[in-house]
Design a protein. Structure first.
Length: 217
């Protein structure tokens, strides 16, 4: 056996050991499940004689929060995309929304910037933008949002909290707050208002790591 053959055997042994270690870690390390959703593409091929239902389907919370995240993708805001999904007590989607400018107001003529070079607030997006929560409530196909749940990708500010309360929403489920150590007056006030009004607030706890949507024929 020459040195080249010895080298090939050593290399094969090394890469085999690495592959084995990766396989063991992959199959035996604890991890959450994730859902793969495809449009026009069959992902699973279950046994046609299997009488049991599919195991890893979306929970209602993950489903409605996923709709909120998908709605956020419609936002043209280059800095932050927020989505919301309003749901009835019976689990029926009543309205969805995302952050953007009011209907009829051109998003090419109004500014999307967070700050103004001249210090003029009218040169920023804030005086003009409608928040996702407000749009979801206004887009509802019911006259009232009373007793409904609102799923939002980001915790609502105080102005949105007022509208949430006035519309009769009974519960807010959010994915993330704007800041971990939140001292912003708008969000402190929001927590206070929602609590005083008896609106339930909880952070979404996802049961799946991710949802993958593939548009392939």
């Amino acid at each position: 056996m020459n040195w080249r053959e010895v080298g090939l055997i050593s290399s094969a042994s090394f890469f085999g050991a690495v592959a084995s270690a990766i396989a063991i870690r992959f199959f035996f390390s604890p991890r959450k499940h994730f859902s793969t959703v495809a449009v026009g593409k069959k992902i699973e091929s279950p046994c046609p004689f299997n009488p049991t239902k599919r195991q890893w389907y979306l929970s209602w919370d993950d489903y409605f929060m996923a709709v909120a995240f998908l709605s956020a993708e419609r936002s043209k805001d280059p800095h932050r995309q927020v989505g919301a999904c309003l749901v009835s007590q019976n689990g029926i989607i009543l309205g969805i929304g995302y952050n953007g400018f009011p209907r009829g107001c051109s998003d090419d003529q109004l500014p999307w910037s967070k700050e103004s070079r001249t210090g003029n607030p009218l040169e920023t997006k804030y005086p003009y933008v409608c928040h996702a929560e407000v749009n979801a409530i206004l887009n509802t196909n019911h006259a009232s949002a009373s007793g409904q749940r609102l799923y939002v990708t980001m915790f609502p500010c105080n102005e949105c909290a007022k509208i949430i309360i006035q519309s009769g929403v009974s519960e807010v489920i959010y994915f993330v707050e704007k800041r971990l150590n939140n001292s912003d007056t708008a969000y402190v006030a929001s927590h206070k208002l929602l609590s005083m009004a008896g609106v339930k607030v909880r952070k979404h706890q996802p049961q799946m790591d991710r949802i993958l949507i593939e548009f392939e024929p």
